[in-house]
Design a protein around this ligand. Sequence first.
Ligand code: PLP
Length: 366
Amino acid sequence: MQNGIVLADGAAERIAFEQARAQFPVLERIAYLNAGTFGPLARGTVDAVRAELERDFEHGRSGAATFERNLALRAELRRQLAGLVGADAATVALTSSTTDGCNIVLGGLGLGADDEVVTTSQEHFGLLGALGASAARIVVSEPDPERILAAVTPRTRLLALSQVLWTTGRVLPVRELRERSRVPVLVDGAQSVGAIPVDCAGLDFLTVSGQKWLCGPDTTGALVVADPERLRVAAPSYFSQQGYEPDGAFTPSEGAARFEPNWWPASSLAGLLAALRGRPDWAFARAAASAERCRALLRPLVEVVVPEQRSTLVSFRPEAEPAALVARLAEQDVHVREIPGSGLVRVSCGWWTNDRDLERLLAGLT
Ligand SMILES: Cc1ncc(COP(=O)(O)O)c(C=O)c1O
């Protein structure tokens, strides 16, 4: 039923899809298959950003009301992000990125040269940089659950790995790895949160990128810390404390908010909130289906990487040189990306992706 009219089977779903997709004007022109880097921006998101900037512009950015409004937006955003991954809002810290989250965790754990961290050979530098800067010994395993577990020793203090590999879209069983190894896990959720259903239960640390699958503004994200009391605040901001001494000693804020690294403009907070409001409740199912459709369409033409546990990222090995192909597709307004050094091109299929987007990709390959 739609506007009082009884529709034929499937028609209501089709209209709901078209209406939801129409939130993203950019999709009228671009076959936007790169949410793994940046998701498309919805009209409602940009309107919310603009409204907050206008407010700052017209009424200034000072005074108790401005400050309180910003704090209220922060609290609401923590609640909404918590709901998305099944967390308690008190365990959510707002960050600017997954990279921020990884640095907060590795900095806070303060590992030494006798400690080991197990990671995989297919991690993004957003995680790897934090590992490289840590004093711990980093043990690199193939991204296979049994190999990862075999790399764990009595010195292992942390598993640090992606839930969805940015290279191939393979899904790693992060909770099972945590349970079987009994080692705390830092989950890089950059390619999972917003793309596939994620439940943070049993995970010690989970990062969120706001600008990718959640289609939020740039430099937005979060970190879920299951037990905030057990992680040191290594890089405090004003938000980290509820009282401090002249020598800088401070009493940490309640919950994970203590890890928040900076002030966010109200425009970013309101923008991400608007983006979350615009997500349809069928987002995960539709994105998974479009990724499957993408694989099926590509298979006759190119070698497609099809992991057993897979996500909304589809990687394939083109005959052409990947960077040249990506550039050629971009000229045709088809946006995908190459995975450097792998020979792969990666297609991000979102809940907004339609058959026409995929047909345009295929047309660009031939
Ligand atoms: C798996 C993975 N981790 C981390 C990042 C970096 O994310 P952010 O820009 O939110 O730090 C990316 C970005 O592409 C990624 O794919």
